[in-house]
Design a protein around this ligand. Structure first.
Ligand code: NDP
Length: 300
């Protein structure tokens, strides 16, 4: 039997409903400020979507847009202003930043209590210590999707493929917090396929189309695909067995695929997330949830 599809849009909607209800309970409108430097078209869309979703759920979403030429000291001064502004609950600086700005310095400058991306070292440390923290949005979304599957995380063997600071490592920390037995794989892991095959839960965060094949997945596993890869006609052979992606590729000249060979892995796994429509929609929903959390905590 093919795996159950874990519908990220549906779970994200649930999170959004919780956020809207929490805002009504709070009795005030939390404020999220998204800072964008430069004209990266993808960042422009992300930032607009974040601000729009915030407004839709009853938060106030402000955009601060600066030219590519903004200096690092000027950006740090803006963050300092936002840190001091008592009306601001959440600050998010859209990455990537222009090359002349050090992203670490910028992230470190954000007040940890307003760090709704959960990237500040204080929040990272608190997450690893198992203390209350603002946790990164995509990893938090991965856990919500696993909670939507009919499985207990506790005691399961989870294999996380990828060890980035923004996805792999925080996903592993959150799974550990939920009492999974966690293995983290990366580009130097030996016989990764054999390691992955032992997993009850596989989280793929690599950035390589169709990296996870059916041979790497144990029967009955839950597979969460974080990867978002845009492929073009030159990679058509990769998706030849996938009717839907092949049709999209033929029609548009490009297609979005995950790190998991969805069509084949679906025949082996018990739960699987699609791309798009899996982890993607969760990220903005968890950002809104973090903003409400930040607003509540700061006022306490
Ligand atoms: P990074 O490039 O920062 O990290 C990739 C990780 O994969 C690294 O740890 C790397 O190992 C590992 N890796 C790369 N190649 C291999 C290999 N051949 N074998 C084993 N491990 C390998 O990516 P991110 O974590 O930022 O993102 C991962 C994917 O998730 C991307 O497709 C990205 O677009 C997507 N993403 C999706 C989001 C969403 O909202 N759905 C949000 C964020 C990311 P090593 O450390 O050894 O180099």
């Amino acid at each position: 039997m093919p795996a159950h599809l874990v519908d990220g849009k549906r779970v994200a909607k649930q999170v959004e409903e919780e956020v809207a209800a929490a805002i009504i309970r709070l009795g005030f409108q939390p404020v999220l400020v998204v800072v964008r430097v430069g004209n990266d078209p993808a960042s422009e869309i992300y930032v607009r979507n974040k601000a729009r979703k915030a407004e839709e759920l009853g938060l106030r979403g402000d955009e601060r847009i600066f030219p590519e030429t903004l200096s690092e000291p000027d950006l740090l001064a803006e963050i300092d202003r936002l840190n001091r502004d008592q009306t601001v609950d959440g600050i998010l600086v859209q990455l990537p930043l222009p090359k002349h700005i050090d992203p670490h310095r910028v992230i470190d400058a954000i007040d940890p209590a307003k760090d709704v991306d959960g990237f500040h070292p204080q929040n990272v440390g608190r997450l690893h210590l198992g203390r209350p923290a603002l946790t990164p949005c995509t990893p938090a979304g991965v856990i919500r999707l696993l909670d939507a599957c009919d499985l207990q995380i506790e005691g399961k063997h989870a294999v996380v493929i990828g060890r980035s600071d923004i996805v792999g490592k925080p996903v592993a920390a959150l799974l550990l917090q939920r009492n999974a037995t966690v293995t983290i794989c990366h580009s130097r892991t030996r016989d990764l396929a054999a390691v992955a095959r032992k997993a009850d839960i596989v989280v793929a965060a690599i950035g390589k189309p169709f990296f996870v094949t059916a041979e790497m997945v144990k029967g009955g596993a839950a597979v969460i695909d974080v990867g978002i890869n845009r492929i073009d006609a030159s990679q058509a052979s990769l998706v030849a067995h996938d009717e839907i992606k092949s049709a999209l590729l033929a029609k548009n000249g490009h297609a979005l695929v995950g790190d998991v060979d969805f069509v084949r892995v679906r025949e082996v796994a018990a739960w699987i997330t699609p791309v798009p429509g899996g982890v993607g929609p969760m990220t903005i929903a968890m950002l809104m949830s973090n903003t409400v959390k930040a607003a509540e905590w700061r006022r306490r």
